[in-house]
Design a protein around this ligand. Structure first.
Ligand SMILES: NC(=O)c1ccc[n+]([C@@H]2O[C@H](COP(=O)([O-])OP(=O)(O)OC[C@H]3O[C@@H](n4cnc5c(N)ncnc54)[C@H](O)[C@@H]3O)[C@@H](O)[C@H]2O)c1
Ligand SMILES: [Fe+2]
Length: 393
């Protein structure tokens, strides 16, 4: 059924494929930019991924001297400020993020501080608080999860509030997303699995949340299809390049979907897990997804039933009676989790991932304040969140 009203917007130029990195200088020239600040992190440098970016920039006569690489997982407000200071000190005119969601979101948040000319990021927290056009930001993702290269959101950890705070605005969209297979080939198996589960949770939540629309549905559906075709296979084949790159495209598609439809309780509880217990975002997503779906199923049955087709393929979809398709979809996600556990040690419980029983109440309470809950198909209380967490603990 069509929603009464919807909007869909995505201005990000997408460049995906072999030698995509070589297009970066041209995009910078078109924007009148010559001196980017490159944001990345230590593991990306260690994996020699920065060398490939530097070589593409050099070939296009763009300097790669300004590099900010002190970004930790789930980047914080202090890191964002340090990146902004370096941008100003080095007289840069644009940004390039090379990394996973933590690097990309740091670049987006630094861009807010630079473009709004502010020392206080808090002023811009929430939805539609930005006022100024942002400096050109080009994103080169190196994980296969967040889709942040094509979303209008940034998530940053605030140590004072002990919470992950969000910035959402159409001004946050990067100028370009550059997907190059050379940038995802070093991804270790467990990171591949956990970030792909983040992408799957984006697609499932986008397809079933209150702001879903026909365009976000199309992107979400295609993302799930690519994940079924490539996730398990890529792990069985030792990270075969084409399959991993298909997953990078799935993450992009899921990002395009949820950036317009928003997400739901998997992300509300998952962000709280990250803030309280500091577990990786994709692992929290993969663990919480089926449990939250069980909670939501009576409000989202039709949508979960649809997703059985891309998730399990035509035969299983056709053989499964209509009234049990939704529960079969949840079952297939649990089966996928067990498969990932066998293939790369993806945890099967929150405890295995590092969450303790004493943290459950705090996580449940924090999740209720998350914006993602607004679009969840079913209202959730602290007690509901606690029950979901206990199921997965
Ligand atoms: N803005 C959005 O739309 C959005 C959406 C979902 C999640 N997020 C945020 O993104 C963050 C998570 O990002 P993530 O899951 O991409 O992980 P990440 O960026 O935190 O990276 C995890 C680790 O993997 C390493 N790594 C990344 N790519 C690698 C590669 N190719 N080879 C070897 N090592 C590599 C990194 O250096 C890091 O140590 C969370 O903070 C989450 O809240 C943002
Ligand atoms: Fe996510």
């Amino acid at each position: 059924m069509l929603p009464d009203y919807y909007e869909f917007f995505n201005p990000v130029r997408i460049i995906s494929g072999k030698k995509a990195l070589e297009s970066i200088p041209g995009i910078l020239f078109e924007s009148g930019a010559r001196k980017p600040l490159i944001l990345t992190d230590a593991a990306i440098v260690k994996a020699k991924l920065m060398l490939k970016v530097a070589s593409a920039l050099k070939a296009g006569k763009i300097s790669s001297d300004a590099v900010f690489k002190d970004i930790l997982q789930d980047s914080s407000m202090d890191t964002v400020k340090a990146a902004k200071d370096m941008y100003i000190e080095m007289r840069c005119d644009s940004l390039i993020a090379v990394g996973g969601g933590s690097v990309i979101d740091t670049a987006k948040a630094a861009n807010i501080m630079i473009s709004e000319d502010t020392g206080d990021l808090h002023q811009f927290e929430g939805v539609d608080r930005l006022r100024s056009p942002q400096v050109p930001l080009i994103v080169v993702p190196t994980t296969v999860g967040t889709g942040s290269e094509a979303t209008c959101a940034a998530v940053i950890y605030d140590p004072e509030k002990k919470a992950k705070i969000q910035f959402v605005s159409p001004l946050i969209f990067p100028k370009a997303a550059v997907l190059d297979p050379r940038m995802t080939e070093t991804i270790p198996p467990k990171l591949l699995a956990s970030t792909a589960m983040d992408a799957l949770s984006h697609a499932v939540e986008a397809y079933s949340c209150l702001q879903k629309n026909p365009l976000s549905d199309a992107y979400a559906f295609s993302a799930v299809n690519l994940i079924r075709q490539n996730l398990v296979k890529s792990l069985e084949n030792d990270g075969e390049r084409e399959e991993v790159f298909a997953l990078a495209n799935a993450a992009l598609l899921a990002g395009l979907a949820f950036s317009n439809s928003m997400v739901g309780a998997v992300h509300a509880i998952g962000h709280a897990c990250g803030a309280v217990a500091h577990i990786p975002h994709g692992i929290a997503m993969g663990l919480l997804l089926p449990a939250v779906m069980e909670f939501n199923v009576r409000r989202a049955e039709e949508y979960y039933a649809d997703l059985l087709l891309p998730l399990a393929g035509e035969d299983i979809y056709a053989q499964t009676p209509v009234n049990v398709r939704a529960t079969r979809t949840i079952h297939e996600i649990r089966k996928l989790q067990r498969n990932l556990n066998d293939l790369c040690g993806f945890p099967l419980t929150l405890k295995d991932a590092g969450v303790t029983a004493t943290q459950v109440r705090e996580i449940a309470k924090a999740s209720i304040n998350e914006a993602a809950l607004i679009t969840n198909p079913r209202d959730m209380t602290v007690a509901d969140a606690e029950k979901i967490l206990m199921k997965v603990l």
